[in-house]
Design a protein around this ligand. Structure first.
Ligand code: PEP
Length: 252
């Protein structure tokens, strides 16, 4: 069965509301003909609601960059799944390496977030990937498998089928150093095999995204690999022409 093509843009801590609205206006224009690829943007919290409103008449979907797993309470600064759903999100990132490295996300808390996202009616885009030190120590497969297992451990069969997974080697994020297509495919293949062990039918349809310095000019080769179904894009998603170029590289 053909897998869904999927390109998501992670805007990180960039774009005021006005800037975010200008970007989605341009994306809507540039991507109006794209039908065969799920396109997702992940603005910062402050822009989620206005961006979701502006995209109501478009097929582009909205993701949050992070959500807490509790539903309410004394958790200053945190935002829960039901709030994100109400703001117009379809997806949420979970376990991005910047959350793991800078904000104390753990294997256990990422698994709780994945589960809580589904409970809130959101689809998690679950991010996993090794650091440069781990790659140099030949620990890539072990680390990525451990992160993957922690993320899917709490899921029932129905939720498992819907998850989206992004393999993002930490050494390639925001560095301009992109994994070679062979390096990326090798890890994606391992991830797909591990998903097969849980549910073969689901494993064939779960979108596996590559992330790490994807640009319009390297997207086609990366996305041409057998187990790479799309991309999670940081820097190049902040400019409408360059993000649209990546979507077009995937959708043709
Ligand atoms: C990311 O933040 O998920 C990412 C892949 O960033 P960049 O494309 O800038 O490397």
């Amino acid at each position: 069965m053909a897998r869904r093509k999927f390109i998501a843009g992670n805007w990180k801590m960039h774009k005021t509301v006005a800037e975010a609205l200008a970007l989605v206006r341009d994306l809507k224009r540039l991507l109006s003909q794209v039908r065969d690829c799920e396109v997702v943007v992940a603005p910062p919290y402050t822009a989620l609601y206005p961006v979701a409103k502006a995209l109501e008449d478009s097929s582009i979907k909205v993701a949050a960059q992070e959500m807490f797993y509790e539903e309410k309470g004394a958790f200053t600064g945190a935002v829960c799944g039901p709030m994100l759903k109400e703001a117009g999100c379809t997806y949420t990132l979970v376990g991005h390496s910047e959350r793991r490295q800078l904000f104390g996300e753990t294997l256990e808390s990422s698994g709780k977030r994945v589960k809580a996202a589904f409970k809130a009616g959101l689809i998690p885009i679950f991010c996993i990937g090794e650091t440069l030190a781990e790659r140099k120590a030949n620990e890539t497969m072990k680390v990525v498998a451990e992160q993957l297992d922690a993320g899917i451990a709490r899921l029932d069969g129905e939720s498992f089928k819907k998850i989206v997974i992004a393999y993002e080697p930490v050494w390639a994020i925001g560095t301009g150093v992109v994994a070679t297509p062979a390096q990326a495919q090798e890890v994606h293949k391992m991830i797909r095999e591990r998903l097969h062990a849980r549910d073969s039918k689901a494993a064939e349809v779960i979108p596996l995204l590559y992330g790490g310095s994807v640009k319009a000019d390297n997207a086609k080769e990366l996305l041409g690999q057998a187990d790479i179904d799309g991309a999670l894009v940081g820097g190049a998603s902040l400019d409408a022409e360059s993000f649209a170029g990546i979507v077009k590289a995937r959708s043709t």
